[in-house]
Design a protein. Structure first.
Length: 592
């Protein structure tokens, strides 16, 4: 099997074997470790030369930076406990806050410390204007000095703590610490100012709240005094319900019982007649004391006495006795009639009196109930006033407690404003002048430069190796793109007499199809105007140059193109053997 590689068109119109075609990129292939070792061995001198050059360049650059652009660093530590002021009543009290809140607080303060407000105020400091940095900012009129200060300043929280580190890097070691300390002092001053403004706002709000609470307190006191001035309140407070109400309620109860009795009596009497009523002892007593009846009874007694005397003197049948008996009967009839009339009149009077008594009891009960309702209404009014009084007392106590708490808060705010620090932020470590240069450092820059130089040297060597497309070894062939693979005739199922003309003798064979594939790939590998001349070559004889050239020429000719096949093998020309009838003169004769 023969593998055919692409060739790159040359300016003269030909194709040079072993060089990849420009329009057909090579397949991706990586370098193995053995390849890297081989490249390093082959280009060791170049690598060492480049490495030494880069080391010298790193040393020179480090010296240049150290002489003309040195950097000195100074830093200060700020401890952020809380932006709230310390408790003036308990200054040793520690506020307990969560770690997450501490980290958030420190991060917020880091943003404030590097804010344009702090940096602009720091630049206005008289001590800052004397520094070389302030003069250096004048060289950049288009730049904001606060931005230039922010470039050399770094503010970062210290991990797992409540510390804030402010670091500055500047070329003058005698003023870099002053820059840091000025920024720190400005930051503390602004933070204190902001917090004091918040405290003053709180004081104004507290003053308004104290005044409002005091006004409400005085109003409630007046209401309580007004209720106390009413004596009815104290009666309700001391005895619950008033004695008058209790008495009226008791009377109403008695009157209800009496009314029920009278109503029962009236219900019994109202359907009876006067004559149906029995003679009671009271009625008998009344009849016995009636003067008319007494007089009639005496007249009856006198008539009985005269009748007895007459009968005793004259006998029963005497006319005088009869007259006396008639007189006695008349007197008895008058007495009985008078007694009957009096009895009926009395019974009727009793019935009428029972009705009147029931009506009078109803009337008295209604009047008493009205008085009870009036007393109950007064009592309810007293109870409501008493409840209002108790509520005002409770509200007064609550208002007094609130008022005292507000007074205490206001006094605390006033005492806090009188303190020097309005926040719990201090500076445990101020910036000091650096004793040595922070950048560049020979111990850091030189090893880093040597490592980078070595990496760059190896990279350049590898790039040179990858850019070199020269085929020197069989391994280099793997970098060249393959246009086609021609199998041997042993792999073909169709018998081929001459492999040199298989494309025309056995057009359906695998070999002929492989040459047609090679022809198509060759056509697409480069534009048509760059395919005027195609050279087929190999490192030694017996590799199949003649077979490839003949079959490729036949395949191209079969596609309809005109093909000129030139045998440039001066030593072992074989085209005359493949194509009989050619002239005896060869390429050398034509060239001569």
């Amino acid at each position: 099997m023969t593998t055919l590689t692409a060739a790159t068109p040359v300016p003269g119109g030909g194709l040079v074997a072993g060089q990849p075609a420009r329009l057909s990129p090579p397949p991706p292939s990586g370098l193995s470790g053995a390849d890297v070792v081989r490249i390093v061995r082959q280009r060791l001198v170049l690598i060492l030369f480049l490495w030494g050059f880069f080391c010298i360049l790193a040393a020179g650059f480090t010296w240049f930076m150290a002489k003309y652009f040195p950097k000195y660093e100074a830093h200060a530590l700020i401890r952020v406990k809380s932006i709230q002021p310390a408790n003036v009543l308990q200054p040793l009290e520690r506020s307990t806050i969560r770690q997450q809140e501490v980290e958030l607080l420190v991060q917020n303060q880091a943003l404030i410390a590097k804010s344009p407000t702090v940096l602009t105020e720091a630049l206005k400091d008289p001590a800052f204007k004397k520094t070389e940095f302030h003069k250096w900012t004048k060289e950049y009129p288009d730049e904001d000095p606060s931005d230039l200060l922010a470039d050399i300043l770094q503010v970062s929280p210290v991990r797992d703590s409540n510390f804030l580190r402010i670091r500055a890097t500047w070329r003058n070691p005698n003023e870099v610490d002053d820059i840091v300390n000025i920024v720190v002092a400005t930051y503390l001053r602004i933070v204190n100012k902001i917090q004091r403004e918040h405290i003053r706002e709180s004081r104004v709000q507290l003053d308004d709240e104290v005044a409002r609470t005091k006004s409400l307190l005085n109003s409630k006191r007046k209401d309580i005094e007004r209720l106390r001035s009413e004596s009815a309140i104290w009666g309700a407070v001391q005895g619950g319900a008033s004695e008058e109400l209790l008495t009226l309620q008791a009377l109403a109860t008695e009157l209800e019982v009496d009314a029920l009795g009278r109503m029962s009596q009236w219900e019994q009497l109202k359907n009876l007649r006067a004559g149906d009523l029995p003679i009671s002892a009271q009625l008998q007593a009344i009849l016995q004391q009636d003067p008319v009846i007494i007089q009639l009874e005496r007249a009856l007694q006198d008539a009985d006495a005269q009748l007895g005397l007459a009968e005793a003197r004259y006998g029963k049948n005497h006319a005088f006795v009869k007259n006396a008996r008639i007189a006695r009967d008349s007197a008895a009839e008058l007495a009985a009639e008078e007694r009957s009339v009096k009895q009926l009149h009395y019974n009727q009077e009793q019935i009428d009196q029972a009705g009147r008594n029931w009506q009078e009891a109803q009337f008295q009960l209604l009047k008493l109930q009205e008085r009870v309702e009036e007393a109950e209404s007064e009592q309810r009014d007293k109870d409501a006033k008493y409840a209002t009084y108790l509520r005002l007392i409770e509200e007064l106590d609550l208002q007094r407690v609130q008022y005292e708490a507000l007074l205490e808060q206001r006094n605390l705010v006033v005492m806090t404003l009188k303190r020097e620090h309005a926040v719990q932020i201090d500076v445990p470590s101020h910036a000091v002048a650096p004793k040595r240069r922070s950048s560049p450092k020979w111990i850091v820059w030189m090893p880093a430069g040597a490592m980078l130089g070595l990496v760059a040297s190896l990279g350049i060597a590898l790039l040179i190796e990858l850019a070199d497309q020269t085929v020197r070894t069989p391994r280099d062939v793997s970098r060249v793109p393959v246009l086609g693979t021609i199998p041997t005739i042993d792999d073909d199922e169709i018998e081929i007499e001459r492999v040199e003309t298989a494309s025309v003798d056995a057009p359906h064979s695998i070999v002929a199809e492989a040459f047609r594939t090679l022809r198509a790939n060759l056509f697409f590998s480069a534009p048509a105007e760059q395919q005027g001349v195609i050279m087929v070559t190999s490192p030694s004889g017996g590799n199949g140059k003649t077979t490839i050239a003949a079959n490729l020429g036949i395949s191209i000719a079969l596609s309809g193109r005109r093909v000129l096949l030139i045998d440039a093998n001066f030593r072992r020309a074989s085209m005359a053997r493949i194509f009989p009838g050619l002239r005896e003169a060869g390429l050398s004769n034509i060239l001569i």
